[in-house]
Design a protein around this ligand. Sequence first.
Ligand code: FCB
Length: 446
Amino acid sequence: MKVVDRAALGQQFQLGVATSSYQIEGAVQADGRAPSIWDTFAHVPGKIRDGSSGDVACDHYHRMAEDVALLAWLGVDAYRFSIAWPRVVPQGRGQVNQRGLDFYERLVDALLERGIAPCATLYHWDLPEALERGGGWLSRDTAQAFADYSAAVAARLGDRVALWLTHNEPWCQAFLGYELGYFAPGKRDLAQALTCAHHLLLSHGLAVSALRSQVRSPLGIAPNFMPAHPASSAAEDVAAAARQDAYFNRWFIEPALGLGYPAELLSRCGELLPHGAERDLELIAQPIDVVGVNYYERSVVRHAAGSGWLEVGRVRESELPRTADREIYPAGLLEVVERLHRQYGVKRIVITENGAASTADEAVVDGGVRDPVRVAFLREHLEQVVIARQRGVPVEGFFAWSLLDNFEWAEGYTLRYGVVHVDFETQRRTPKDSALFLRSLRRPGR
Ligand code: FCB
């Protein structure tokens, strides 16, 4: 075991917590915000496990000052939040809603006053519904609309945001949203998923070039990574793991880094890519400064003949301990960052998400919340960060998911990921033991 303390992480290391707009803000009709695809999806009966939505969520839009005070108490160096496109450009393109930008400007200024670096994600899945009606991510024009929206945000906040991330987990938007139907907009069509994926990548490239001319702070993207391990040493399981890896881990980062789409999978699905996709590869591969890593788990897979185009089956991993929803596998984080650095030559890495779920009944007792599994989870993953840094892998920061319990997408409020407990009846916030753990890692003097 490695010691995880501030000295081990380094004084320059950026420790923070993360959230996203639709999961915490609520106030879905405030100040000119128009609906997003998640507003629509959440209100379709049967899509969200507990029938809930983000209509109110943590009511962060109205409680922002209280939440920033919480961040200051936590002593974090940085805060990662996402900007809701439908607040800033309610119709997706055209008119910019200054009142939407006002909110994020108040947030950014409040963070800066407390000495907390604001890190903004431009897209965490809340596409304006108005764009969806015109084809959404299936339409190439949406990529340009994203770049224009990004430029509008940068015009207001470009001098103050410390780190810009274009997309959060594009795999989830494309494949959970369009192949598996589990996320908004709830489609089930591989060709649509691949088209969405391509337009997300294109929009990333266009946004990076738009931002590059406007801001000086680092730019990046935050894909999710899940090492794919074969269930056995049989050649066909090893090959299945390689396919899973290409599908999940390589589909976005390789084009973004100028390596094109993984060739192995093109033989299975290449003809479903939008016509002329290869001509966009150069636009997609704009130089970026940072790769964000969202890491939660690994997958163990076997060859599954005839089970869909990928012919991969996920097996339940092992006897390792689990959180409420996944196996706990900290070594996978080291595997991901070492690969990014050694195989792809990435020079700056930030862990943009990592955290543990508990079930909805996690409760406040005597003014606190005992969450030993989450404390151990964060400690063990930070240990891997310490090891990575000792090995020369440039991991510069770590954001725990999440500051607050919040609307966990299709799982609604059935899972709690916060280091701060939220009572959704009263909106009372109560720091859990995991918040105290993070607080114990704050820089001296904070
Ligand atoms: C990630 C998402 C984040 C949250 C966590 C638990 O996939 O980026 O919004 O839902 O999982």
